[in-house]
Design a protein around this ligand. Sequence first.
Ligand SMILES: Nc1ncnc2c1ncn2[C@@H]1O[C@H](COP(=O)(O)OP(=O)(O)OP(=O)(O)O)[C@@H](O)[C@H]1O
Length: 321
Amino acid sequence: MIRASNLTRTFKTKAGPVEAVRGLSLEVEEGELVAFLGPNGAGKSTSVRMLTTLLPLTSGQAIIGGHDVARNPVAVRQLIGYVGQGTGSGPYHRVRDELITQGRAYRMSYADARMRADELLAVLELEDQADRDCATLSGGQKRRLDVALGLMHTPKILFLDEPSTGLDPHSRANLWEHIIRLRQQTGMTIFLTTHYLDEADNMAERVMIMDHGKMIADDVPEKLKADLAGDQIRLSFQSEQDAGSAAEQARSLPTARDVTQEGIRLILTVNKGESLLPGLIHNLHKSGLEVQTANVQRPTLDDVFLSLTGRSLRESAELPA
Ligand SMILES: Nc1ncnc2c1ncn2[C@@H]1O[C@H](COP(=O)(O)OP(=O)(O)OP(=O)(O)O)[C@@H](O)[C@H]1O
């Protein structure tokens, strides 16, 4: 559905060229929900804008639904919906009218546009707001309207650029409920960029991580976490000496990637921590080492980014509170 090979985009600025995207290749199949993650300035928006025909490519090729974005942008635009970072609605227009105007821009008849607008108002639970000015909507309602605007022409692929940034947790969850329901109903392909690691982790079937204009990881979240980060088993002992002896024993485990001792505490980075823990405690007990406390921490996508780049995505993304 989406295929990009070797995409680059260089901006000319007074301070010199900025290589925002440096050889990006990716593939997204029909019906997939893919999240594009990366810190500020990684090149996510620039990539999405190229894929959606909004920005010319410096080099490379992008094919969307069989159409080349550079050669046949009109056909691509018919296939895709794009919801950008800023709100797309005019403040003094009524919500339903705004949707109808959008439909008319896609050459729908007034009757069809009106019907589709009412359908989307229902799906996105904006019926009660239909006759209100867009300016009076809450942040969450505005974002839902933006999504509805992007869906007026029934696109096969929806691009969402940071759809939930700035929304409170309740509105984020609500927006996601709507997006997931829409997807279940239509089987739409969804490509989104986000700063929210939990959102990418929970919602997306596949996560692509971008850094400095390049793709540095592309896989299902569970696999990225297992392969690149691993679980952390945290144990504590009665004495530093016991922790030291346990560390020695733990280092001989074939699946232990890292063993760190901090006083009476031991941190093991391993594969499949939960299934390893009971046997580990049993073996330590047999050696006369009593574990006082034990827990397993599952990795996050931030741990994946950290293991790939040595930086925390959370910090470099300057997340909103
Ligand atoms: N029109 C432009 N002119 C010059 N530089 C630009 C332009 N647009 C983007 N850039 C630069 O390209 C790089 C990538 O920007 P882009 O907006 O694609 O990143 P991003 O990953 O989407 O970041 P964010 O998460 O902050 O939205 C940045 O260094 C940015 O300053």
